[in-house]
Design a protein around this ligand. Sequence first.
Ligand SMILES: [Zn+2]
Ligand SMILES: [Zn+2]
Length: 177
Amino acid sequence: MRVPVTGLVGHPGETRALTRAVPAETFGSDPWGPAVGSVAGPVALDLHLDAVVEGVLVRGTVGFEVSLPCARCLEPQEHAFTVEVAELFVDPTKRDEHDEDDPGYELIDDLTAIDLSTLVRDALLIDLPVRALCRDDCQGLCPVCGADRNGGDCGHRDEVVPDPRWQALAELDLPTE
Ligand SMILES: [Zn+2]
Ligand SMILES: [Zn+2]
């Protein structure tokens, strides 16, 4: 997603708001990987573009709605979250050529634009919940018939004989998220 920054570059102190809801596809598919299908609805940008001596500082929030399956019963779960961002898009012509640091973000198109795609994708990937549960005590699916145990007892609860080799694991009190 390219955003024009003419009028900002070279005018430190200028600022411009960028408040917009943008379809997730606008930010491309690589490298969202498995995350791309989980974004539900538009991405809410609430950003300020501040002209600074080195380039343009982008700060504000990026809001996502994602739909992830419950890790136990596979019911889709909606999550909304907001990620704070603050990234400098530097003027590459002012970069110190001896600077060994990661080049990070740069102004493009002869200093007339920035591309927000990577920034937005990174914001999602960093904050995407790794494991969703519809509720802490979700009963999950029956391993015998596949029924959702939250919907009632399918009658198989006692048929599953735990393998004694796994019993020690089952007795471990693992922390839950
Ligand atoms: Zn569940
Ligand atoms: Zn069952």
